[in-house]
Design a binder for this molecule. Sequence first.
Ligand code: ATP
Ligand code: MG
Length: 377
Amino acid sequence: MSVFSDAISNYLSPIKDLLDDPTVSEIMINGAEEIFVERKGLVYKVPNKFQNEAALLAAFRSVAQSVGRVIDQDSPRLDARLPNGSRIHVVLPPMARRGTTVAIRKFAKEELTLKDLISSGALSAAGARFLDIAVFLGKNIIVSGGTGSGKTTLLNILGGRVPKAQRLIIIEDSAELQIHSEHVVPFEARKANDDLRVKEVSIRELVLSAMRLRPDRVIVGEVRGEEALDLIQVMNTGHDGSMGTVHANNPLDTCTRLESLCLIGDTRIPPDAIKKMVGSAVKIIVQCARYHDGGRRVSYISEVLGVDNHGNYIVKHIFRWVQTGKDAKTGKYIGEMVPCNYVPSFFSDIVVNKLPFPRSTFTTPDWVEKLEQADAA
Ligand SMILES: Nc1ncnc2c1ncn2[C@@H]1O[C@H](COP(=O)(O)OP(=O)(O)OP(=O)(O)O)[C@@H](O)[C@H]1O
Ligand SMILES: [Mg+2]
């Protein structure tokens, strides 16, 4: 709460306990009378209420104002980051039919590490080691997943594994990534604001600038518009090891989604050529998922091998998460990430660089094969 001035803290007093509670990761306000929170990946209703719609609106107007933004009938949607790193999104009525609707993604005080992901079962030790190697070898990586599936968190971790001597240019819509490395240059896009007489500076423009700023690698926090084409071009022009996140439900969809984003812009490149560019730019896709038990896990680590003669992307899974059961008491899924019997095309890079990752690590264990046979029967 200390990030807010006394006046704003006052406005936000109905949700003070939620803002202060470290076990709450997200607060969802659906009008003055209905508030839900997320704890450990699961969503619960809480008794907190704002006095009325006017009090709720006043609270988030003042929050918006505190970060130099306006929310009113002319701009009834707000996407903003608070000084403590939390992210908020607000939609006003009448678009929001229940009343002012807000989601606050609280800034995680403890940053997750690869080790944390291994110990919570989101990744296997071999999967984590493999991702580390892919980053080290400068493979272009797309982290893909649905909303809130853990993409930004994982990209943050992977960005932190880039060899220290490399110059990393990071471009985001609203700054969320906190990559700890020696040579990091972060950029944040700017929205147009007539009152302040500022024009928009888009992600796309910043990617173009990045190219002239001698990057070793470029990281685009979230690829959701025509900047996809620029990132693909960055990836195809020797900035190996560039990364980004994309909203998609599986690794194959990630390629298709990138392709359609590339085509949004006014491009004179024929669609077939775009497809080939996507197929050769993206090397590794890390698929994040939020499962029904509340767990966030990496569901696939896959390699993209290009496009076949029929124009289909060739995507091979290297690791995947397999569910084997469910804990009767907690309802949590039991399972683990397993290799898929596929040796990535760049295995020779691993050998030549003397990275300790034997070929046998890609072999599917017998129990999984038995499970699959049982499924097929
Ligand atoms: N492996 C994980 N285990 C537990 N919590 C996680 C994990 N990954 C992410 N989280 C938490 O889940 C929430 C959403 O994560 P994150 O912001 O990375 O998702 P996202 O996919 O980038 O979401 P969006 O689509 O909104 O950008 C955060 O509170 C984060 O701390
Ligand atoms: Mg994100």
